[in-house]
Design a protein around this ligand. Structure first.
Ligand SMILES: CSCCC(=O)C(=O)COP(=O)(O)O
Ligand SMILES: [Mg+2]
Length: 227
């Protein structure tokens, strides 16, 4: 069955790993402590602090201890949902202040625009929170790319290396899994998407192969009609 929807990862796929590791994560590490101290009582922040205490098995942790846990998770690139939610809130301030601009590879911008025009439905699935996803595309160096997307999925749909997450996303998109093309730079994510029945294409921007999957080094080499 022909591809109707394209689901894309962000880090390493539409956007440079270096933007996430050298710009976004350091920005969060610098600004998250004061953000948490200032907004610990705000309902959406308090909900995430409670989740950090639960996930770290430290139910009695005070705000300073929770901040330490979060900084540790940033350092080890933990894809923990409460960390990702809080990072999204901190980055929002950076984008609003004009201190951050989302990096999206020019070939990805061009292909996403073309696929949107050709009628493909475009979706994002990233470990970054939905708020963070909307910001990277909405406040990108190439302008506001958010009108191109029909929906966003984060780890509230499940971890990216588990097939059940892709089955959940397929239900939400509302087409057959074989009509969805998933793009990622991580072979375990591609394997999980394939197990759920999706078509897959690996992005290896420095060259090389993602074992068992069609692999390209640029969005310009992806033709959805060939999957
Ligand atoms: C949404 S931009 C921030 C990216 C991020 O926090 C992250 O963990 C990247 O994960 P991905 O699933 O896009 O590789
Ligand atoms: Mg990735």
């Amino acid at each position: 069955m022909p591809i109707k929807a394209i689901l894309t990862d962000i880090e390493g796929t539409t956007s440079a790993v270096s933007f996430v590791f050298d710009v976004l994560f350091p920005y969060a590490a610098k600004h998250l402590p004061d953000f948490v101290r200032q907004h610990a009582e705000r309902a959406d922040v308090a909900e995430q602090l409670t989740a950090v205490r639960r996930d770290s098995n430290e139910p009695e942790a005070d705000v300073e201890r929770v901040i330490d846990i979060l900084l540790g998770w940033i350092a080890e690139d933990r894809k923990a949902t409460p960390l990702k939610a809080l990072q999204g809130m901190v980055w929002a301030q950076g984008y609003q202040a004009g201190q951050l601009k989302g990096h999206v590879y020019p070939d990805a911008v061009e292909a996403l625009k073309r696929w949107h025009q050709e009628g493909f439905k475009l979706f994002v699935y990233s470990s970054g929170s939905i708020q963070a996803q909307k910001l990277i595309f909405g406040c990108s160096e190439a302008g506001d790319l958010s009108p191109l997307f029909s929906g966003y999925f984060d780890t509230t749909s499940g971890p990216k290396r588990e097939a059940s997450s892709y089955a959940r996303i397929t239900q939400a998109i509302g087409v057959e899994p074989s009509q969805i093309l998933f793009l990622s730079d991580i072979v375990e994510e591609l394997d999980a998407a394939r197990t759920a029945g999706m078509a897959t294409c690996g992005l290896a921007r420095e060259g090389g192969e993602l074992a068992g999957h069609t692999t390209v080094d640029s969005f310009s080499r992806i033709d959805p009609s060939t999957f």
